[in-house]
Design a binder for this molecule. Structure first.
Ligand SMILES: NC(=O)c1ccc[n+]([C@@H]2O[C@H](COP(=O)([O-])OP(=O)(O)OC[C@H]3O[C@@H](n4cnc5c(N)ncnc54)[C@H](O)[C@@H]3O)[C@@H](O)[C@H]2O)c1
Length: 447
């Protein structure tokens, strides 16, 4: 499908750019990917599936060996899809020199926060240095890592210019925010792509390349607008989740069921989108991305009060959950420090195995610190991974009878929640699985 032009798309492109647009639209070109993780590997496999040549580069020898052995480390890419990409000639390596073969280089390296929650730009910096070493005339250079507005201009422009390449003549530079949603059924190619160039010409060239990878491309006027688009999307989620987390606490004081209220409000056919409370926010996006904006805004002396308040509410949810658990046990005449609790789900969201930045882990660590014996049931996270956190593993719902309480922390579909409620003496449900699943049980208390 062709990209949707906007005011940002120049009517007439300079010759070099027009030639690249024609190449990206009409030929079998080579996609180069830097960073083969949750974002980069699906992108590489999508490019191969769409008939492009693919070269992938990663600094991790272990990851590259695993990928070349046909084993996908990302839920969104099946081994069969990876095998098809390898059979189609996709090559994965730790040798960055391969990037010189690429017509477009897509950078998908981590952009975490540092110890004081400031952006850690070291991965983007080193990827920019790699680009500088291997870029050649004609290439599109595209940064997919989430970051603050201005990053593409600050890191990629000096890198390519330092390599003697002129933007819009030799190379074209864009920022297209990545919207991959681990565990969701939407494939990379089905998720519309926003593309912003460091200039409108670069944006037009980038849009032509992405139109071969995804079904729908939306061009914005600048890389900065595209960078802020990503942060708007995730700040919107962080703020709305925080708002409903606060309302859940208010509803409990009023003795009102927040899940019933959300379901009722969601019948409104306009002006309302449901968000659900939980034990906090997790993953590498919702808790982190707004901080990129807050950090940059602070530097420019602009307040980001919504972001700060949302972070405050969301970060306190694990403590709130522990308070509710303490009260439930107290009502049963049980002391927290003498109790055994089973946490169901330690992944940061449903149906995935990733437990990094998981609020479930925060809840369980707080409980463990107060002397609670913790066991974990998670059908997605491997047993050795659970044990590495210092928790015992529960394999079977039948084992829940020994626990004093079961706390539902992640709403994996693979768990039989009716069986959990039948086996456990009491359940605290932080995800609304019973309310939303229509399962009623007298021993279940919901957040
Ligand atoms: N995972 C998500 O759901 C998601 C969603 C949207 C956006 N993002 C963003 O996409 C970016 C990548 O995230 P991810 O989840 O794919 O990370 P990841 O950790 O899964 O993968 C990153 C890969 O980059 C490699 N790498 C690190 N430095 C490198 C370098 N200098 N050169 C080559 N390879 C290098 C790592 O070895 C790793 O394999 C981040 O900015 C993230 O915020 C992630």
């Amino acid at each position: 499908m062709p990209q949707r032009p906007t005011d940002a798309t120049p009517e007439v492109l300079p010759d070099a750019a027009a030639a690249r647009v024609a190449t990206f639209r009409e030929t079998r070109w080579t996609a180069g990917v830097i960073g083969l993780g949750y974002v980069g590997l699906p992108l590489a496999v999508t490019a191969a599936a769409r008939g492009l040549d693919v070269v992938g580069y990663d600094v991790s020898e272990e990851k590259v060996a695993q990928i070349n052995a046909g084993v996908s480390h990302v839920e969104d890419v099946t081994d069969a899809e990876l095998a098809e990409a390898l059979a189609a000639g996709a090559r994965f390596t730790t040798d960055a020199a391969v990037l010189a073969e690429a017509d477009a280089i897509f950078i998908a390296v981590p952009s975490p926060l540092g110890r004081n929650r400031q952006p850690d730009m070291t991965f983007i910096e080193s990827a920019a240095a790699t680009v500088a070493d291997h870029a050649r005339p004609g290439q599109l250079i595209s940064l997919e890592s989430t970051t603050y507005p201005g990053t593409t201009e600050e890191y990629l422009l000096p890198a390519v210019e330092g390599a003697g390449l002129t933007v819009d003549e030799d190379v074209f530079v864009t920022f297209p925010p990545e919207r991959v949603d681990p565990g969701n059924t939407l494939h990379t190619s089905e998720i519309p792509k926003v593309v912003g160039g460091v200039t409108p010409v670069s944006g037009a060239v980038g849009a032509a390349a992405y139109a071969r990878l995804v079904d729908d491309v939306h061009v914005v006027s600048s890389a900065r607008a595209a960078e802020l688009t990503k942060l708007l999307e995730n700040t919107y989620r962080a703020v709305n989740i925080a708002m409903v987390n606060e309302l859940a606490q208010v509803a409990d004081v009023f003795d009102i069921d927040i899940w019933e209220v959300i379901d009722a409000a969601a019948t409104k056919p306009f002006g309302f989108q449901p968000f659900y409370p939980g034990p906090g926010v997790g993953g590498h996006c919702i808790p982190l991305d707004p901080q990129f904006l807050a950090w940059r805004a602070r530097e420019l002396k602009v307040a980001t009060r919504f972001i700060d308040l949302a972070e405050d509410v969301n970060l306190h949810m694990p403590e709130y959950v522990v308070g509710r658990i303490t009260a439930i046990l107290n009502d049963a005449g049980l002391a927290l420090r003498e109790s055994t609790i089973v946490g169901v789900g330690i992944a940061y969201k449903r149906n995935i195995a990733d437990d990094r930045e998981s609020p479930s882990m925060d809840v369980l660590r707080l409980l463990a610190r107060r002397g609670v014996g913790i066991r974990v049931l998670d059908p997605h996270v491997p047993a050795e991974r659970i044990r590495s956190h210092g928790f015992e593993v529960v394999d079977d719902v039948a084992e829940l009878g020994d626990a004093d309480l079961v706390v539902i922390l992640t709403d994996h579909d693979a768990v039989d929640y009716a069986a959990v409620a039948a086996a456990a003496p009491r359940v605290f449900d932080t995800r609304g699985v019973y309310r939303r699943g229509g399962v009623s049980a007298a021993n279940v208390v919901s957040l």
